[in-house]
Ligand binder design. Structure first.
Ligand code: BGC
Length: 760
């Protein structure tokens, strides 16, 4: 764990420059706007250790896979979000020396991420090797008002000298992915331009042929007046710049405004990309930095108006929750059903920027509660559009009759993951995708979704379950063999309780969905059933048989569900039996030792009790929690939040709070020693759920909103807002009372602490 981030309710602050923490800070101070994002790399040259990262949403490369032993059914490639051309470069050379924090003495360094306005701010004083001192004040943002625009204000003041200097304003497309499997460069150059006031580079991805144009312009000012220097331009391989020579005068600040337009062929025709970028650039520069930043900040103001969570009495917790909301909102804005949420968002390369089950199981509830329903709907439509590929994927593995297996990891619907125990066996992801349809409809009331998209997906997933589940003559029951549950520290197990439960639930929900759609639109349902050649009599009767005769492992004496067959044969230890040196297990123990141990990476049985908590009484949840939680090492960031929600439900307040701190400050305090790879964006949605569903006890039952809130002992009060069926509702929980206010929308009946109440 690290504790160098200063506590502040709206800002993330780093004071003093420690090169050893630079990669962590680059992740934490990342910026994004749903269309693009970047790690908090420095504008000026930095020759020290860094992880340069700029990303454009939806632009990926199918990197050739690397495996020891090829297995039939493995996908050919692993899609990766690309490290894209960098537009931030502002290199400063004074005399012979370059401004490079790795080669200067750095004082008064302060990096601030203003989450209220979405602005990254950095100030420092650097003493160059020849003793010249410069002060720098740099601000930048990726515009939330126009997802293709970014801007920088970079002010330089010579403290103790006057000298001539050069300022290089660059576009650098000569970038590589650190996670490239064969050290390949993924970009080819298409075109470049460099003239006074413009540098532009268009590159194309190999194999996928996406085009990205990155164009920059700039202006220089001193004492409020524009300054013109002598300009030289350079065009190199995948690189273009303007080098401006100017005189620096002691004590006089020079302000550089750099504007960037970043456009991809996902949204524009390839032919028009460069022209459109230039137009956008001109419009941005004409508006100027102040207007651009105001427009950007006002989008953030609106975001916060709807979804801020306010915690009184605990600045660390306050900073934590805002950081989580901020990162999620800058990762996905929900206006494009082709896009999704990678586990690292725009903050790093790990997980290839691809889509995981994290989206449905964790992120969907966040966007349901904080945004227009269209945003969550787009996440579902994304999977609907991938249905043909999910069917194809199942077919490759030997399934028939339109059965669909959604990929564990994907960019475009194709499976990109190839570790057999995950690709072939971690099939519970299919359940999460079905559950998300239910969750969306439960929350929004938009049952038409079933008619237009949902039913088709549900039938295809149910077809998969009905083939994947087999009949055991020995047990005279149905079983599910050879699976990996959410707990990836167990592989190839039989009868993983969670997977079997969600599979059976899907079969039941699909039947209900079919009945609903049939009533709503007979002709549509007939068309769909004939398109997919649905044999209702035989298929549904098998589904019903499975539901009636599915085997679920239980230990009646302990009153718990068995994570999988044979779980109780393990040596049942607890976290208390582990030494500090053993943790994290995945870095310290051999894989076979992990697999044989009882230790659980992330909620598994408890994941099921969380999703279906209305189907189990509190005593059952308690018994399972008491049994499994002590063995859970939470080495997946997705784990603690589930424990906050369940612990809150069963009255384990201290445990809930302990887990809350862990999820909310996971990255800020670098709990798992891996923030340098990027932030855990998808688990941030779990932090939000911890407050709303955990402490706030929010649920939707039969179309009605319920709250059962309590106040963690460490807080004086907290409040949150949720967007529910056209209303914005604010809930404030203090020591002595709970207040629910309808801030906008029609009156609404809710249930507060099990009592009906009307919000007007
Ligand atoms: C977790 C998975 C998760 C993935 C991406 C893994 O460590 O075990 O459940 O989908 O990370 O967040």
């Amino acid at each position: 764990m690290k504790h160098y981030i200063k506590h502040h309710s709206w800002h993330i602050i780093e004071e003093g420059f420690d090169p050893n923490l630079n990669r962590i800070s680059e992740s934490l101070f990342s910026l994004g706007n749903g269309r693009m994002g970047q790690r908090a790399n420095f504008e000026e040259t930095y020759s020290g250790d860094q992880h340069q990262g700029t990303y454009v949403a939806g632009v990926y490369y199918p990197d050739k896979t690397r495996v020891g032993w090829w297995k039939n059914g493995y996908p050919e490639y692993f899609a990766k979000v690309l490290n894209a051309p960098s537009w931030i470069g502002i290199q400063i050379k004074i005399g012979k020396n370059e401004l490079d924090l790795n080669k200067c003495k750095v004082t008064d360094f302060k990096r601030t991420l203003d989450m209220k306005r979405g602005v990254l701010h950095r100030t420092f004083t650097a003493t160059l090797p020849d003793g010249k001192q410069v002060q720098v004040d740099a601000q930048r943002f990726c515009s939330m008002a126009d997802g293709e625009v970014g801007a920088i204000r970079y002010a330089v003041t010579p403290v103790n000298f006057s000298a001539s200097a050069t300022i290089t304003l660059s576009v650098d497309a000569d970038v590589v992915n650190k996670d490239s499997n064969y050290d390949e460069n993924f970009w080819n150059e298409v075109a470049k331009e460099a003239k006074s006031g413009l540098a532009l580079v268009t590159v194309e991805t190999k194999k996928t042929f996406f085009h990205v144009t990155t164009a920059i312009t700039y202006s220089l000012h001193s004492a409020g007046k524009a300054v013109k220097g002598k300009v030289k331009v350079n065009k190199l391989e995948k690189y273009a710049d303007n080098v401006v020579s100017i005189g620096l005068k002691k004590g006089i600040e020079i302000v550089i405004y750099k504007y960037a337009a970043i456009l991809s062929s996902e949204n524009h025709s390839k032919k028009k990309l460069a022209d459109t970028a230039k137009k956008k650039l001109k419009a941005s520069a004409d508006k100027g930095f102040d207007k651009l930043i105001d427009a950007h900040a006002s989008v953030w103001a609106n975001v916060w108006k709807k979804c801020d969570i306010n915690i009184d009495g605990d600045v660390a917790a306050q900073q934590g929750i805002r950081f989580n909301i901020f990162q999620l909102m800058q990762t996905y804005t929900g206006d494009d059903a082709r896009l999704n949420i990678g586990p690292k968002g725009f903050t790093g390369e790990k997980y290839g920027g691809s889509t995981y089950w994290d989206t449905e199981a964790y992120c969907l509830p966040f966007y349901l509660g904080t945004s227009d329903p269209a945003v969550a709907k787009n996440l579902l439509v994304y999977r609907y559009k991938h249905l043909p590929r999910a069917i194809e994927n199942a077919k490759k593995l030997g399934f028939t009759n339109g059965a669909a297996l959604y990929p564990m990891v994907t960019m475009n619907g194709e499976e990109c993951h190839n570790e057999w125990e995950i690709t072939f066996e971690e099939i519970h992801r299919n359940g999460a995708i079905a559950f998300a349809i239910f969750d969306y409809i439960r929350y929004t009331g938009d049952e038409d979704y079933l008619v237009d998209f949902g039913l088709e997906v549900l039938i295809a997933i149910s077809r998969f379950w009905s083939q994947r589940i087999t009949f055991s003559a020995e047990k005279q029951q149905y079983v599910m063999l050879g699976v990996t549950g959410p707990n990836e520290y167990e592989n190839n197990v039989n009868n993983n309780w969670y997977t079997s439960y969600i599979a059976c639930w899907t079969l039941g929900y699909t039947q209900k969905a079919l009945e609903y759609v049939r009533k709503k639109d007979t002709s549509k349902v007939s068309k769909l059933l004939s398109k997919i050649k649905f044999n209702e009599a035989t298929e549904i009767s098998r589904w019903k048989d499975i539901q009636a005769k599915m085997y679920f492992g239980e230990d009646k004496q302990r009153g718990i569900y068995l994570q999988q067959d044979g779980f109780l044969d393990k040596e049942l230890l607890g976290m208390k039996d582990l030494r500090k040196e053993d943790r994290p297990l995945n870095q310290k123990w051999s894989w076979d030792r992990i697999l044989r141990s009882c230790f659980i990476k992330q909620a598994d049985v408890l994941q099921g009790l969380y999703l279906f908590d209305d189907q189990f009484d509190n005593d059952t949840i308690k018994r399972n929690f008491d049994f499994y939680e002590p063995m859970t090492v939470h080495e997946s960031s997705l784990s603690p939040c589930v424990h906050v929600i369940l612990a809150s439900k069963i009255g384990y307040k201290a445990k809930a709070y302990e887990m809350y701190l862990r999820t909310s400050r996971l990255d800020l305090d670098d709990y798992n020693n891996d923030t340098e790879d990027g932030c855990h964006i998808t688990s941030m949605a779990g932090t939000w759920m911890s407050v709303i569903k955990g402490f706030g006890g929010m649920r939707v039952k039969d179309g009605t909103l319920h709250f059962n809130p309590y106040l963690p002992d460490q807080w004086k009060s907290y409040s949150f807002r949720i967007d529910f069926r056209g209303r914005v509702i604010k809930v404030t929980v203090a020591k002595s009372n709970v207040e629910t206010i309808l801030e906008s929308g029609d009156p609404l009946e809710i249930v507060l602490n099990d009592k009906q109440a009307k919000l007007t």
